[in-house]
Design a protein around this ligand. Structure first.
Ligand code: ATP
Ligand code: MG
Ligand code: FE
Length: 336
């Protein structure tokens, strides 16, 4: 059973082919990072234009690398939200055109269900139930995954997402874009205990997050150091910021797993590529008898293989979209 999947929700144009939903035959990712770097962030209009320019070539390449043709495809999966509306529409139009022309069933996928599904590709034997920690550019969620298609969101961010906080602080530190990987790298040379940035845990028992305060904390720290005529040690600031954010994320994720009696934690989203996060979770999960799952970095950031895997399990459970499928820029996580 061959699935072709298309992802275009942000600044990666990606097309993948998968066998039985989990075996990746090809996963072509065309990233626009270089195009948006000069602006310090993704410019939606430019992103749409590049998706339009890239989508056909990326599709052709994905089919070629997989050694198949469109006639072999049994299912088309596509991200229909959340994301940039113009960007989503390019992937959707393309997916619908193939589905119509070749009379292939179509399944719309929630981008975050895709991120979680990256783990099924990385770990062929992994099955729900488990606790998922979603940390990406636009999301920070603790999600109880009951089975392939039913999810319970235990908590989320009340302001900035984890990746957003990394990107904004990296900009303040003059590190560049996207900031997550750069903070990850420079933090290895810094002292994570140098600056005691506040850990925001919110109300007792809450699985929600708030990261906008720490961004201001970093700004205030830098300004006060400069005013005092002291030189700012960027590596120390980055490492201390990263540690403060990760302390909260790791504590809440492990607490949730223990409370809900889950013996597995599954990492998902771009920030899941963070090396310190992986280190901390490995240690804390080990102490608590929890098994940790984290996809290879290339499966953590946006890619179509993860969307194809999610589409496969939706289809198997009887979900199917039709050609009226539309883009939902704010598709809530509860609507998976
Ligand atoms: P969403 O998935 O919520 O719609 P998105 O698709 O834009 O948002 P992803 O592609 O999942 O986000 O992840 C991108 C984010 O991951 C960026 O904020 C980036 O800085 C962050 N990121 C990538 N690598 C790392 C890393 N090693 N450490 C920390 N953050 C990272
Ligand atoms: Mg991206
Ligand atoms: Fe994403």
């Amino acid at each position: 059973f061959l699935t072709m999947a298309i992802e275009s929700s942000c600044d990666e144009t990606s097309v993948a082919l998968l066998l039985e939903g989990r075996e990746v035959l090809s996963n072509v990712i065309s990233s626009q990072i270089k195009v948006h770097q000069v602006f310090g962030g993704v410019v939606p209009e430019i992103a749409s234009r590049h998706h339009l320019e890239n989508i056909n070539n990326v599709t052709t390449q994905a089919l070629m690398e997989a050694g198949v043709t469109l006639d072999d495809v049994d299912l088309i999966g596509v991200t229909y939200g959340p994301g940039l509306v113009g960007a989503l529409l390019i992937g959707l139009a393309s997916a619908k055109a193939y589905a119509f022309a070749k009379n292939i069933p179509l399944v719309g996928v929630h981008h975050i269900q895709g991120h979680i599904s990256a783990n099924y590709i990385q770990y062929p034997d992994l099955e729900p139930p488990f606790m998922a920690l979603v940390v990406s550019g636009g999301h920070t969620n603790i999600v109880e995954v009951e089975n392939y298609n039913s999810f319970k969101v235990l908590g989320g961010t009340r302001d900035d997402a984890a990746g957003e906080a990394f990107d904004k602080v990296a900009r303040v530190l003059g590190l560049g874009y996207p900031g997550g990987p750069l903070i990850d790298k420079i933090s290895k040379e810094g002292d994570a205990e140098a600056i005691p940035f506040k850990r925001v845990f919110l109300e007792k028992g809450s699985y929600d997050f708030s990261f906008s305060g720490i961004k201001t904390g970093v700004l205030n720290y830098i300004n006060s150091e400069k005013q005092a005529g002291r030189e700012v040690n960027i590596a120390n600031v980055a490492a201390s910021f990263q540690q403060a954010v990760l302390d909260v994320i790791v504590t809440k994720a492990v607490d949730a797993a223990i409370k809900m009696k889950k013996d597995k934690i599954v990492l998902a989203g771009g920030v899941a590529a963070n090396s310190r996060l992986r280190e901390m979770l490995t240690e804390k999960c080990g102490e608590n008898g929890i098994k940790l799952y984290c996809p290879a970095p290339i499966l953590c950031t946006d890619n179509a293989a993860m969307i194809g895997c999610a589409a496969y399990y939706k289809y198997k459970a009887g979900f199917c979209s039709d050609l009226t499928l539309d883009a939902y820029p704010n598709l809530p996580l509860t609507d998976i």
